[in-house]
Design a protein. Structure first.
Length: 105
């Protein structure tokens, strides 16, 4: 069973072929169907484990883009007691859904 540890936008993910992930939204070309990660911290496959210092040289992980995903909406409420001040702000995070296809390296 091959797996890798990938760093993306300051977050580390353990990925295997076939896994589905939600990564931070980024500008992609309109016809982009794949995303390639090159900051691979660790690769484990049949030949052994490669640990990067800080990244594994020549290792890549390719993933297929599924589409944009929106998380559930959360509400943040602030108030000041006895002053009549209250504020309610909503936020809905957007992600890109991907499916890991191959681990090279």
């Amino acid at each position: 069973m091959a797996y890798a540890i990938v760093e993306d936008s300051g977050t580390q993910f353990k990925v295997e072929p076939g896994d589905r992930l939600e990564i931070d939204l980024r500008p992609l070309a309109a016809d982009a169907t794949t995303v390639t990660f090159d900051k691979i911290l660790l690769v484990s496959n049949d030949s052994g484990v490669k640990i990067g210092q800080p990244v594994v040289a020549g290792a890549t992980v390719s993933a297929k883009v599924i589409g944009e995903i929106k998380a559930d909406k959360i509400y943040v409420e602030r108030h000041t007691r006895r002053k009549g001040f209250h504020r309610r702000v909503g936020h809905r995070q957007r992600y890109i859904g991907i499916q890991i296809e191959s681990i090279n390296g």
